[in-house]
Design a protein around this ligand. Sequence first.
Ligand SMILES: Cc1cc2nc3c(=O)[nH]c(=O)nc-3n(C[C@H](O)[C@H](O)[C@H](O)COP(=O)(O)O)c2cc1C
Length: 208
Amino acid sequence: MAKVLILNGSPHANGCTATALDEMIKVFEQEGIETELIQVGNKDIRGCVACGYCSKNGKCVVNDLVNEVAPKFEEADGLVVGSPVYYASPNGTILAFMDRLFYSTSFSKQFKVGAAVVSARRGGNTATFDVLNKYFTISGMPVASSTYWNQVHGFTSGDVQKDLEGLQTMRNLARNMSFMIKAFADAKEKYGLPEVERGAFTSFPDGK
Ligand SMILES: Cc1cc2nc3c(=O)[nH]c(=O)nc-3n(C[C@H](O)[C@H](O)[C@H](O)COP(=O)(O)O)c2cc1C
């Protein structure tokens, strides 16, 4: 069964971001896609210290939720990351988590489908959305899209329940993501994954 891993970057397990993610989970259930929701935003997650431990050991030197989630991400067919908007960016906890999750794992993320979801009271949504999508687009992960940028508005879960367009965007996003996961599974059988070249570095004309 296909599986989507869902990260909630909010410290509120039942807040606005959670309400948006729940709307997606209902659709994944209808689509026969398994989900696992991980509450990240209420954990004590430090930032990357660029120590290089992961390049030798295949996991982060800080043995916390990042190392617990890494094998689940390796198995998953899709990743949804949700964040509240803090000063027009993702909140600090989910940023620290995403930096370390993506940097410390060397397994292929190619053709795992990614989706970012953001929740704001007023503004900063699209800047936050851009930041989160960049983890996917550096990793060979196709990004699922919807009928608007993937955002809801509110200060409480009750506000988001009244954001009918936001919730509609979440349902359409989950439907599109489900379709992509199923289609890529078929395409992998038929064509295999595309070749990935590595090793070239920017701005060094002699290649050294
Ligand atoms: C530190 C902090 C910074 C925030 N910055 C913004 C902001 O820049 N723009 C905005 O619209 N809301 C901002 N908010 C409000 C939250 O993004 C908004 O209420 C969000 O929907 C809460 O989601 P949650 O219930 O999932 O935590 C901020 C909240 C906090 C705690």
